[in-house]
Design a protein around this ligand. Structure first.
Ligand SMILES: C=CC1=C(C)c2cc3[nH]c(cc4nc(cc5[nH]c(cc1n2)c(C)c5CCC(=O)O)C(CCC(=O)O)=C4C)c(C)c3C=C
Ligand SMILES: [Fe+2]
Ligand SMILES: [Fe+2]
Length: 351
C-alpha cells in the first residue's frame, strides 16, 4: 500500500467465484451457485427449488472432490496472493495514491455484500472492479458485476474492467507455462489441448454471451506466442454440469481423440487464473486417469498463471487503464459501457 495526503484512495475489488472452505460449506456453496439466475434462468420459486435439489444431489460427490484438496478450495488463499502481488505493483505505478485490494467472491465468503461494506468503510474515491476471469461471460463477470451494483452503497466512482482475453502479460504467462511443458515432453509427440470451463451453448444464442469467442481469441494468441504449429493444438471445454448441451468438444473427448491419433497431450487451462478444484482434481486426477486408460502419454498439464509476474502486470495495467487520465492502454480505446458493442472494457462504468 502507498499513501499520500493529496492522492486518491483507490479500492481494487478482485472478483472470483469462491469455493467452500471446508466440507460443511460445500452444500451451501452449491446452493448459492445454483440460485444465481445467471446460472439457472428459471423464475422463483422454481429456481430455488431446483437449487436445493441439485445442491443436495451433488453434495456427497463434491465433498469427496474437495476432500482430495484437504477438505476445501484453495481459491481464496490463491486469490489473496494475487491481491497482494497486485497491490505491490500498483504502489509503484500509482505513487501518491493509496491503493488497497479487496476480494469479492460470488458464491462463498468473502461474499460480495461483506466486501462492499469493507470497501465503503475504506471510503474510496475510485473503485476498480477487476474480474479474475480473462474472458467475459454472463455466468461469471456479468453476474459478479450485477451483484456488486446491488450490494455497494458507499462512496466513490466504480469502474469495471470487463475482460482481457489477449492482454500481453496474460498471454505471455500462459505461453511460458505451455513452453515449459513442451520442453518436458521432449521428443515425444504431443498435442496442446487448451481447456476452458464450459458454459451451456444456449447462452451464446440467447444472451449473445461473448465467452466462446474470447476463449478462441485467447487460445490463438497463446498458440502464436508459444510458436505452436497449426494442427498441433485444439480447444476443448471441461466441467460440464447438467443435461443441457454445453460448448464442445469436451476435454474428455479431446483426450480420447489424442489417444486415437497416438499423441500425448499438454493440457493448458485457459479460463482460470489460479489453481482450484477444476485444475487440481478434474484435470490432474480425473482426466489424468482417463488419459491413462486411453493410452495417452505423456499427459502433462501447464500451471494456472497465479502470481506470475507478466500476469500480475497485466492486471495492474488493466487497473491503471480503468482509472481516469492514466496513460496509454494496451487494451485499445475505451469502451462506452456496452459489452455487446465493446468486447474489451465492457461495463467500464458499472456504478
Ligand atoms: C471461467 C470460469 C468459470 C465459468 C465460465 C463457470 C461456469 C459455470 N460453472 C458451473 C458450475 C460449477 N462451477 C463450480 C466451481 C467453479 N467454477 C469456476 C469457474 C467457472 N465456472 C471456479 C473458479 C470454481 C470454483 C472452484 C473451487 O475450487 O471451488 C462448481 C463446484 C464444483 C463442482 O461441484 O463441480 C459447479 C457446480 C456452471 C453451471 C457454469 C455455467 C453455467
Ligand atoms: Fe464453474
Ligand atoms: Fe467493453
Amino acid at each position: 500500500m502507498s499513501g499520500s495526503r493529496n492522492g486518491r484512495r483507490i479500492a481494487v475489488v478482485l472478483f472470483n467465484l469462491g469455493g467452500p472452505d471446508d466440507q460443511a460449506s460445500v452444500k451451501p456453496f452449491l446452493f448459492n451457485l445454483f440460485s444465481d439466475p445467471a446460472i439457472i434462468g428459471l423464475p422463483n420459486p422454481f429456481r430455488a427449488l431446483l437449487a436445493r435439489l441439485i445442491s443436495s444431489r451433488r453434495e456427497t460427490s463434491a465433498q469427496a472432490n474437495y476432500a482430495l484438496m484437504g477438505g476445501g478450495s484453495p481459491l481464496l488463499p490463491e486469490t489473496r496472493r494475487q491481491g497482494e502481488a497486485l497491490t505491490q505493483v500498483l504502489a509503484g505505478l500509482l505513487p501518491g495514491d493509496e491503493v488497497r485490494s479487496f476480494i469479492a467472491m460470488r458464491y462463498w465468503s468473502p461474499l460480495t455484500g461483506q466486501t462492499a461494506a469493507e470497501v465503503a468503510a475504506f471510503a474510496p474515491d475510485e473503485i476498480v472492479l477487476l474480474p479474475l476471469y480473462p474472458q467475459f461471460s454472463t455466468t461469471t463477470t456479468q453476474s459478479s458485476l450485477k451483484a456488486w451494483r446491488e450490494a455497494y452503497a458507499g462512496p466513490g466512482v466504480s469502474r469495471a474492467v470487463c475482460c482481457y482475453p489477449e492482454a500481453p502479460g496474460w498471454i505471455e504467462a500462459q505461453a511460458d507455462g505451455v513452453r515449459a511443458k513442451l520442453a518436458e515432453a521432449g521428443d515425444r509427440p504431443v498435442r496442446v489441448l487448451f481447456s476452458a470451463h464450459g458454459i451451456p451453448e444456449s447462452l451464446i444464442a440467447k444472451k449473445g454471451d461473448p465467452y466462446q469467442e474470447q476463449i478462441e481469441t485467447t487460445c490463438a494468441a497463446i498458440a502464436a506466442r508459444a510458436g505452436l504449429a497449426d494442427g498441433s493444438w485444439s480447444i476443448c471445454y471441461q466441467s460440464r454440469v447438467g443435461p443441457m448441451k454445453w460448448l464442445g468438444p469436451s476435454t474428455p473427448e479431446a483426450i480420447a481423440q489424442a489417444g486415437r491419433d497416438g499423441v500425448g497431450v499438454v493440457v493448458a487451462p485457459v479460463a482460470f487464473v489460479s489453481e482450484h478444484i477444476e485444475t487440481l482434481v478434474e484435470l490432474d486426477i480425473e482426466y489424468a486417469e482417463l488419459a491413462h486408460e486411453q493410452g495417452v502419454s505423456p499427459y502433462l498439464r501447464s500451471p494456472a498463471v497465479g502470481v506470475a509476474a507478466p500476469f500480475i502486470r497485466t492486471l495492474a495495467d488493466a487497473v491503471v487503464d480503468a482509472l481516469p487520465r492514466t496513460g496509454v492502454s494496451p487494451y485499445g480505446p475505451g469502451c462506452r459501457g456496452n459489452w455487446k458493442a465493446c468486447p474489451r472494457t465492457c461495463e467500464r462504468r458499472a456504478a
